[in-house]
Design a protein around this ligand. Structure first.
Ligand code: SAH
Ligand code: SF4
Length: 437
C-alpha cells in the first residue's frame, strides 16, 4: 500500500516540476514513506533517518521529509525527536507536498520547527482518484491500484485506523480507467489494494444502486482476458459467496486469496475484535475450496497477543495444520500507542516467549509450504513471465495464477508474456520448472 502511495506522491511531485533522483547522493529531498504497524518498522525508519546525517553534513542543502503512517502517528513530535527531519506529511495530505517543499526550499535553516510544516490532517474523502500514479516498479508488467483508503474495523492491536483514517472507496470509473490504461501500456497484471477490499462500496445515483467489490472485480476482469487481476487484503468477516462466484467465473482473476486469520483461538479473536470465529473462518476456507479447488490461500498471524496462553497458541498451530496455507506473514505482537489494546489490555507475554511461539509457527509453516510445493511437482501451469531470476541470467521467473514463483531456463521466453511451464523440482519457497513448447 505504501508502494502504491509512493507512486501517487511521485505523480504529484512530477507535476510540480520535480524529478526522481537516480540515487540518494544526487537528491535535494529525500522523502521516506513510512509504516507504523509494528515498532520494528518505525525503528528501521529512525535508523535510516540517522544514517542520512552524514550525507546532510556533506551537503547542507539536503532536506529530509518523513511521510506516511509514522508521520501521522507522531506528527511534529517526530521533527523534535529526529533533529534532521525537515517536515512530516501524513497519508491524506500528499497534495500539499509541492507547497511544503517550496516552503522548505525557501528556508535557510536545515532544521525547521515550523508547526505549519506538519501536514497531518486526515480526510474523510481523499482517494487521489484523479491522479495517475508514476510507476516506480519499472517492470512494466505488474502494477498496484489503490481502490480504497483507510480502515474502521478497529482491531484491538492495530494502529491503521488512527494513521490512515476513515474507510472510503474510490470511484470505480477511475479504477477501471486506470486498469485499462495499464493494459494498453503493456501491463498484464493489476493488484487491487485496500485494507478490507470486501467492504469496497461506491454508491451511484444517491443510493439507487451501488458497486460492491464483486462488481468492481468483474469490471476490471472484463477489460481483457490477458489482464490478470489480484487483490489484497480480504477480511474474513466480509468474504462473500458472491465474490467467490465472480472469481470462479473469470479465469483471469487469480486463484489466490490472502485471508489474514491473526489467531486460531476464539478467545483471542474476540479480544482482538476480529468479528469472526475459527468455525466461521474454516467455513470460508471450505467455501473457497468448493468454488475453486486450485485456489491458494495465504494469511497473516500474530504470536503473543495480550493474555495468549499456550492453549491459544496451540490452537493457532492447529489451525495452520488444518488450513495448510501456501504462504504466511508471521509477526510477534507489538503494542501500538493509541489502540484499544494499548488502553485496555496488558502486553503481558515476555519477549522471549513471543519469539519462541513465533518460531514455532514459522517452523510449522516451513514444513507445510515444502509439502505443498512437493505436490506441485509434475503439474503444468500458465505463468506470466516477469523477469530474470536473481540467481542466474540464463533463467527467468514468473508466477502462476496461485501467485507461486516458478524459475525456469529462459529458452525463447520473453518477460511480459504468458508461457506454459511444467514444475520439475521445488524448495519451500520456489518451484523450478521447464518450458512446455
Ligand atoms: N487490513 C489487513 C491487515 C493490514 S496490517 C487485515 O485486517 O487483514 C498487516 C498485518 O500486520 C495484520 O494482518 C497483522 O497480522 C499485522 N499487525 C497489525 N498490527 C500489528 C501489531 N500491533 N503487532 C503485530 N502485528 C500486527
Ligand atoms: Fe488493522 Fe483490522 Fe483494519 Fe486490518 S482490518 S487494517 S488489522 S484495523
Amino acid at each position: 500500500m505504501n508502494f502504491a502511495d509512493s507512486e501517487v506522491i511521485a505523480a504529484i511531485l512530477t507535476k510540480a516540476g520535480y524529478g526522481i533522483g537516480e540515487s540518494a547522493e544526487e537528491a535535494d529531498f529525500i522523502l521516506i514513506n513510512t509504516c507504523a504497524i509494528r515498532d520494528n518498522a518505525e525503528q528501521r525508519v529512525r535508523h535510516r533517518v540517522r544514517e542520512l546525517k552524514a550525507m546532510q553534513n556533506r551537503r547542507p542543502g539536503l532536506r529530509i521529509g518523513v511521510l506516511g503512517c509514522m508521520a501521522e502517528r507522531l506528527q511534529s513530535r517526530l521533527m523534535t525527536e529526529e533533529e534532521n527531519v525537515s517536515f512530516v506529511c501524513g497519508p491524506d495530505a500528499y497534495r500539499r507536498l509541492p507547497e511544503m517543499l517550496a516552503q522548505v526550499r525557501r528556508n535557510e535553516e536545515l532544521r525547521i520547527k515550523n508547526e505549519e510544516l506538519a501536514a497531518v490532517e486526515l480526510s474523510a474523502t481523499e482517494t487521489y482518484a484523479d491522479i495517475e500514479p508514476v510507476r516506480l516498479a519499472g517492470n512494466g508488467i505488474s502494477a498496484y491500484i489503490s481502490i480504497m483508503r483507510g480502515c474502521q474495523n478497529y482491531c484491538a492491536y492495530c494502529v491503521v485506523p488512527y494513521t490512515r483514517g476513515r474507510e472510503r472507496s474510490r470511484d470505480p470509473e477511475t479504477i477501471v480507467r486506470e486498469a485499462r490504461t495499464l493494459f494498453e501500456q503493456g501491463y498484464r497484471e493489476v493488484t487491487l489494494l485496500g485494507q478490507n477490499v470486501n467492504s469496497y462500496e461506491w454508491i451511484v445515483e444517491s443510493g439507487k444502486w451501488k458497486v460492491g467489490f464483486p462488481e468492481l472485480m468483474e469490471r476490471v476482469a472484463e477489460i481483457d482476458p490477458r489482464l490478470r487481476v489480484r487483490f489484497a487484503t480480504s477480511h474474513p468477516k466480509d468474504l462473500s459467496d458472491k465474490l467467490l462466484e465472480v472469481m470462479a467465473k473469470y479465469p483471469n482473476i487469480c486463484r489466490c486469496i490472502h485471508l489474514p486469520v491473526q489467531s486460531g483461538s476464539n478467545r483471542m479473536l474476540k479480544l482482538m475484535n476480529r468479528k469472526y470465529t475459527v468455525e466461521w473462518y474454516l467455513d470460508r476456507v471450505a467455501a473457497i475450496r468448493r468454488a475453486m479447488p486450485d485456489c491458494s490461500i495465504t494469511t497473516d498471524v500474530i504470536a503473543g497477543f495480550s493474555t495468549e496462553t499456550l492453549e491459544d497458541h496451540e490452537a493457532t498451530l492447529d489451525l495452520f495444520r488444518k488450513v495448510r496455507y501456501d504462504y504466511a506473514y508471521m509477526f510477534k505482537y507489538s503494542l501500538r500507542e493509541g489502540t484499544y489494546a494499548w488502553k485496555h489490555l496488558a502486553d503481558d507475554i515476555a519477549e522471549e516467549e513471543k519469539t519462541r511461539r513465533l518460531n514455532e509457527i514459522i517452523a510449522l509453516q516451513g514444513e507445510i509450504a515444502l509439502e505443498n510445493n512437493r505436490l506441485e511437482v509434475g503439474k503444468e501451469y500458465e505463468v506470466l513471465v516477469e523477469g530474470e531470476s536473481h540467481r542466474s541470467k540464463e533463467q527467468l521467473f514468473g508466477r502462476n495464477s496461485q501467485n507461486k514463483v516458478i524459475v525456469f531456463d529462459k529458452g525463447d521466453a520473453v518477460p511480459g508474456t504468458y508461457r506454459r511451464l511444467r514444475v520439475e523440482k521445488c524448495t519451500a519457497a520456489t518451484l523450478i520448472g521447464a518450458l512446455v513448447q
